[in-house]
Design a protein around this ligand. Structure first.
Ligand code: FA5
Length: 352
């Protein structure tokens, strides 16, 4: 077969293949097969070496024309197939906007953290600043310096977790009073939020719970300032309607001492299993700093006075949200936690 015929056959074959190609990928393979560096056209043109010199330009020109025609057809088909492929992809990926969406769960603050933030904000607005202390505490800071020597009956009230080296998991946040007073001089006005530990568990007691300690030491601090501060806090936190009572009590590190109770969440004062039939839930202990505590931190008890208090955060949260069992806080059941979606007042700027 002459070279001209070979070129014609090649062109016909290329045209028919290009027209039948069903994808851009198949089309690309055809282009390489016919027009690529080692393709069929190059192969045919190798035969030019055997031709007369006069014939060569004619064949060369014919080959170029065929090449241009194949390229033009290729280009036309590529454009068409690309459009078809894009349309098919769009059809496949189409989104039915009328279908119901998958909701995203929003993270919420744990109710205990909401209460902790709110309590902290109320006291910060009264000029108290936040201090922290360690969870593992020495016997000295947790007991001795707070006027609870070894064999003092008050140690039994604390159901302490002891470590092998004699240290304890702090049973209250009061040791931070000592740590702060030994490092600073009056006036001191601090609150101490943190975890505390006691070997105790039932509907209102947990082996790990949270307290917020408060301490105000200066010249001439009085018991009526203590009452005024705590009453302001309780009214801001619970609103004016919740019944609250101050009851005389005893703590080795305060003298005189008081405990504050709030009307029970569950029975509203009638008596039930949550309040042990008393109608009240105890939420905090407080009192005037004992002179012996000032002695142990090196302050002169004739020069300064002060008040201190310790709040139970879980009890506050139970009262605020009407939760009858303290253990709900630690089970991390999303059905329980999901009910506390409110933004703490401390974050909305509502607490002034
Ligand atoms: C104290 O822990 C004292 N340190 C408080 C104090 C500080 C008094 C400063 C005077 C001056 P009490 O053991 O009563 O006191 O605990 C304080 C509060 O913690 C209680 O009113 C109660 O709200 C909470 N609380 C006590 N034990 C538990 C417990 N096991 N689970 C949950 N809350 C508890």
């Amino acid at each position: 077969m002459s070279l001209v015929d070979q070129l014609q056959t090649l062109k016909n074959k290329a045209f028919s293949d290009i027209q039948q190609a069903v994808s851009t990928q198949a089309l690309e393979e055809i282009r390489v097969e016919f027009l690529g560096k080692k393709g069929l056209l190059t192969e045919v043109l190798k035969g030019m070496a055997t031709l007369d010199v006069a014939q060569r330009p004619l064949i060369g020109q014919a080959a170029n024309e065929i090449k241009t025609e194949i390229q033009a057809l290729y280009q036309e088909r590529v454009t068409g197939l690309q459009r078809q492929e894009r349309d098919a992809r769009l059809r496949e990926e189409a989104v039915d906007v009328s279908l119901p969406g998958h909701g995203t769960d929003l993270g919420l603050r744990h109710p205990l953290n909401q209460v902790l933030l709110e309590v902290t904000a109320i006291f910060q607005n009264l000029g108290f600043s936040v201090q922290e202390g360690p969870d593992v505490e020495s016997d000295y800071y947790n007991f001795e310096a707070l006027n609870i020597p070894k064999d003092h009956p008050a140690r039994d009230m604390h159901d302490t977790f002891y470590l092998k080296n004699g240290d304890v998991l702090r049973t209250h946040t009061s040791p931070v009073q000592i740590r702060t007073m030994t490092q600073q001089t009056p006036p001191i006005r601090i609150i101490v939020p943190g975890k505390v530990y006691r070997c105790d568990t039932d509907v209102t007691h947990s082996p790990m719970f949270h307290q917020v300690e408060g301490l105000y030491v200066d010249k001439d601090v009085t018991f009526s300032q203590l009452k005024g501060t705590l009453s302001h806090f309780l009214k801001t936190f619970f609103g004016k309607d919740k019944k609250v009572r101050f009851r005389p009590s005893y703590f080795p590190f305060t003298e005189p001492s008081t405990e504050v109770d709030v009307e029970c969440v569950k029975c509203e004062g009638h008596g039930c299993n949550v309040c042990k039939r008393s109608g009240w839930l105890e939420i905090l202990g407080a009192g005037m700093v004992n002179r012996k505590v000032f002695d142990s931190v090196g302050y002169d008890p004739d020069q300064v006075t002060g008040f201190a208090f310790g709040l139970g955060i879980e009890r506050l949260a139970m009262l605020k949200f009407g939760i009858p069992d303290i253990r709900f806080f630690y089970e991390n059941d999303k059905r329980f936690l999901g009910q506390f979606g409110c933004v703490p007042k401390a974050l909305t700027g509502e607490i002034k």
